[in-house]
Ligand binder design. Structure first.
Ligand SMILES: *Cc1c(COP(=O)(O)O)cnc(C)c1O
Length: 228
């Protein structure tokens, strides 16, 4: 196991990245596979938004952190239908709404639980068998139904470029996501008005910020390499 960065180095990294960020960009610390102590360190540097990929792992960490006030939890990984209820109970944000089916399920359970999570629609702008997400075609055909979902606050799009993309390709994908938001907003749906763009990870966040990201999801840059 590689040594995890010390509390001080996490504090330094969070502090210096936070200082660089334009005011419209929200920093989400991706704490997946990191211990609760890493979240505590980032909290000391005033970070309050944390992203996790797996519902059960997040629940376990949340139980260790009940003394920390004002945390906002973001689910950023693919959600299976049978975890939808737990996800709604434990996350305020779901960035990975990647099919109409899961959106319908979340909406139904959110209604039962009287919750209204913030959601992003995860879009796959280039074909990538390794990733979940709406294709453009699937997204456009789902939008009228997504617009009907009363219990979800669908506020933006999330996208992840394929791993092997060049910086130029990443930039093109991010620009496309921004244009897609404009195109969707031009439809003037009564409920769907998108303003958030969840894009940018450790390897590409400067490009994401330059192309309109409002939420960057940083893991290794803040917390060091993830334990295997
Ligand atoms: C793991 C992960 C991140 C963070 O990745 P880093 O490269 O460590 O910054 C961001 N978004 C999603 C969806 C992830 O799964």
């Amino acid at each position: 196991m590689t040594a995890s960065p010390s509390t001080n180095s996490i504090i330094d990294r969070v502090t210096s990245i936070t200082k660089e960020l334009p005011p419209q960009v929200r920093l989400i610390g991706v704490s997946k596979r990191q211990p609760a102590s890493a979240i505590r360190a980032a909290y000391q540097a005033h970070l309050r938004d944390f992203g996790e990929s797996m519902v059960q792992e997040a629940i376990a960490k949340q139980a260790e952190l009940t003394d920390l006030e004002g945390l906002t939890w973001h689910l950023i990984g693919h959600l299976q239908s049978n975890k939808a209820r737990k996800a709604l109970e434990h996350f305020e944000w779901i960035h990975s709404v990647d099919s109409l089916k899961i959106a319908l399920r979340l909406n139904q359970i959110a209604g039962e639980l009287s919750r209204s999570p913030y959601c992003c629609l995860q879009v796959k702008l280039v074909p990538d068998p390794a990733k979940f997400g709406f294709s453009l075609e699937a997204l456009w055909s789902a939008l009228p139904q997504l617009n009907e979902l009363q219990h979800l606050k669908i506020v933006g799009l999330m996208t992840i470029p394929p791993l092997e993309s060049s910086i130029a390709e990443v930039e093109a994908i991010f620009r496309q996501a921004q244009m897609l938001i404009d195109q969707i907003n031009q439809q003037e749906f009564d409920r769907l008005h998108l303003s958030e763009l969840s894009m940018g990870m450790s390897g590409d966040y400067p490009v994401a910020i330059a192309t309109g990201s409002t939420m960057i999801r940083l893991g290794s840059t803040l917390f060091g390499d993830r334990p295997a």
